[in-house]
Design a protein around this ligand. Sequence first.
Ligand code: ACO
Length: 324
Amino acid sequence: MSHPVILGVGYAVPDNKVSNDDLSKVIDTNDEWITERTGIKTRYISKDENTSDLAVRAALKAIDDAHIDPKVIDCIIVATLTPDAMMPCTAALVQAKLNLSHQRMMVFDLNGACSGFLLALQTVDALIQSAQVTTALIIGSETLSKILDYTDRGTAVLFGDGAGAFLVSSSSNAHPWTHFVNTQGDLEDTLSTDGLSLNASLKNIQGETPYLRMKGQAVFRFAIRAVEDAIRQVILKSNLSLDEIDLIIPHQANARILGHVADKMNFPLSKFVMNMDEFGNTSSASIPIAFAQAKAKGLIHKDMHVLLVGFGAGLIWASSLIEL
Ligand code: ACO
């Protein structure tokens, strides 16, 4: 049976880098509070690039890294909670912007919030194993600044814009990947935005906003449980031990969450890749950005066991264990 292999990775962020000090000029906050509570120092905020634009730039880097002809791509999935529009899906816009519109392809968006990239990765694995797809672009891309309320200092300082991409191909020699995912839907109000109202055009809707809302401490408690659970469950399924994991690439929400998990699991924090200091929380883009940056820094090598772990709105938590 064929399994996926990662041929190339890439990431892209907007030019506009915003520091905690910059934010403190427009919000009642300060560098010390943000750094101590989250580990975040800067984030990138888009001025003119939408989610599909960042996705395309990350995709082009992944294609370049893979050294393949993009004409072999037969699937594009964009994981995002901030699409350019309700329709068409961002993945179709990416196909067009990559000049791949005239080749047979399955494209769609997937919204699993901060676990979205792993849900897309797990979907592509299944599509490759069932021989529906041979070469896929899996992209996590967000312009979260579109849904941030800059009067809410509890959320506005946490998030950033960016995109990361994997170019994945079917191979008969690849090591199988192991996955885990779980959801607790009745905690949906912990992390959410308003949607569109039924019959909105007939009513004068007051008080609805597009903004992200979060119960920070509830999410913090959930995240500590979820990250540990996702790590333990995927290791259990893989028949490996925790010691055999070379690197954990987690969703980049908060350095303190990862510190708690590392302590509790007695696992070295140095094996967690962390870059939220530079990028903030980029939701579905955070894991592929962290992976691509770690690869560029020479931290990722063949035959390593790399564990990816995500958690976020839904509430959904997920993990994938990849042997490179
Ligand atoms: N700057 C300065 N002060 C602030 C800020 C800010 N940006 N935000 C809140 N405060 C103040 C509050 O008003 C409060 O003041 P008070 O004591 O006078 O009332 C005080 O700081 C403490 O506020 P808390 O909300 O209790 O702060 P907490 O220690 O819980 O930290 C945080 C908040 C960082 C959001 C934390 O709860 C957290 O990290 N939660 C997890 C969030 C997360 O990871 N979300 C993303 C995961 S899912 C996804 O990625 C979509």
